[in-house]
Design a protein around this ligand. Sequence first.
Ligand code: PRX
Length: 654
Amino acid sequence: MSVAIDHVLEETRRFTPDDEFRKLANLKSFEEFERLYKQSLEDPDAFWGKFAKELHWFKRWKRVLNKDNAPFFKWFEGGTTNICYNCLDRHLSTWRKNKAAIIWEGEPYGERRMFTYLELHRLVCKFANALKNLGIKKGDRVAIYLPMIPELPIAMLACARIGATHNVVFGGFSANALIDRINDAQAKMVITADGGFRRGQVVDLKGAVDEALGKCPSVTNVIVVQRSHTPIKEWVRGRDIWWHEVMEHASDGCPAEELDAEHPLYILYTSGSTGKPKGILHTTGGYMVATYLTSKYVFDLRDEDTFWCTADIGWVTGHSYIIYGILANGATSVMYEGAPNYPTPDRFWQIVERYRVNVFYTAPTAIRAFARWGEGWPAKNDLSSLRLLGTVGEPINPEAWMWYHKNIGGGRCPIVDTWWQTETGQIMITTLPGAMSTKPGHAGLPFFGVKAAVVDEEGHEVGPDNSGLLVITEPWPAMLRTLYGDDERYKEFYWSKFSKHGWYFTGDGAYKDRDGYYMIIGRIDDVINVSGHRLGTMEIESALVSHPLVVEAAVVGFPHEIKGQGLCAFVSVPVGTVPAERDKDVLRDHVAKMIGAIAKPDQIHFTEALPKTRSGKIMRRLLRDIASGRDTTGDTTTLEDYSVLARLREERET
Ligand code: PRX
């Protein structure tokens, strides 16, 4: 890791936007940025108030930020609004009513649909009425377990319209993961599909829901979208209903509910350093204003733009930058159902060419995969419509950055490397493309209203080019409000480490260089970022030990060429058991069943015992060294049993 960082810190390349880009940009100069940034910190009321007024409010707020009960902050207190109204209705009285809101491309070739703002509004209203007809009310939770099909944003926007809180569960999660999420949120309804397409295969979503619902007493109805047209194994009369049937009977007039600015908009579960996923709660007003503003300035959105964020809506990136922030701006958002390399490794570039995408936002892991597939694939397509590129989800290595710049951006497109989290709801650290130059591997500067610092364990700011912990020292509008139903854990996880200072701890390590640019190193807690997806080591360890073959397990990350980090599991088995090579696959499948395929370990090592300190703590640092093939130097004097380490090393070498 340190070698890679030195390499990035010594980065001398700078890329400045050309005059043409700058001239047309929403923010044209660094001076303009500095002026607004200063105002955003010195007078947040005026700053946020000014931009919030660009959106629709039923009732104006009384106070922009209420800090009285920190860390339970309130934004736009006293104001009432509706984010669905702002994403749809607000545009209907303008020329945008017949503009494409969502352009959807299915994975099977030739399937595409385009929804104007007017048409999307009609469908959302209809579905909102369908939800109401089935007894869903303001404040109820609705779980959404759908593939990347148009019904997913329609369902989310319909929930937001009537004030139901949605909980989208990524379609790659298993039935078990679904149980935890549905039960924690106490969801009343699940919206799913018969199946979803992934690399030409059908993923049986309805089957997973059926498996889960035996253990989810809160759910009374399941709405099923007919997507794959594959046979349904089980249909529970009175509980299961087809999407097209509920839509048929629903009217298309549904006024948007007037909601308090702090009304819960959605819950999204994410991994933390404990075994249980955390239900991140986002509310309405602050989230709406901040995703609107970041979309406008970070992606420099213009009315003629076609914007494409390749994330799955099952993650926060899709919530904020396929749906809410982008539609609040009245822009055109592209949504693609399938895999980047299906049926050929240029599927993304075909989509860019077909829809003349102007702004493209993806993850470093995808860029590394494209680089491996070769520059011939993008070169086959016309990518000249692109004018701005973005990345998110994990640190981007300078090689991948340069490849992206040259082969996708044609050397002319600025790249915004955006740092943020499920918890932050909005982009927090980035460059603004018309106002700042970029440096490969460096995210950039805090966005308006965001105050960050890199500090040591005691909270002292570290000097330039020294690594430390990344903290956010002031509240920001799209921040999580709590962990659903667990205020204590919210305080403990995010606010206890620097409670004296009242800072939010991100869980990330970072550097700040002499220009003030932040460079994110990655998680310093027990969270591993695999292909931009956050996975908790404890979660995977609990999945492993729930299998009879496993006595104890420790999972660590190691550098992986494509995924950024891979997962390596060290597993001890019952005394006298001799595990076979195929047991590794058995355990991988078991993890996929317990969590989802994304959590399958890349490496599994069987061991008689895990290396532990005398006080019984697993020596993860040693395991990380072994997993990454590094020499296990460093202090091992507390190692309880040296022979354990020797055997693990031996196993790696054979
Ligand atoms: O470690 C950071 C990394 O992703 C984590 C947040 O993951 P998640 O909540 O799943 O949200 C991902 C998409 C917003 C962070 O704690 N991360 C995210 N963006 C970057 C990043 N690391 C480096 N550079 C980034 N641009």
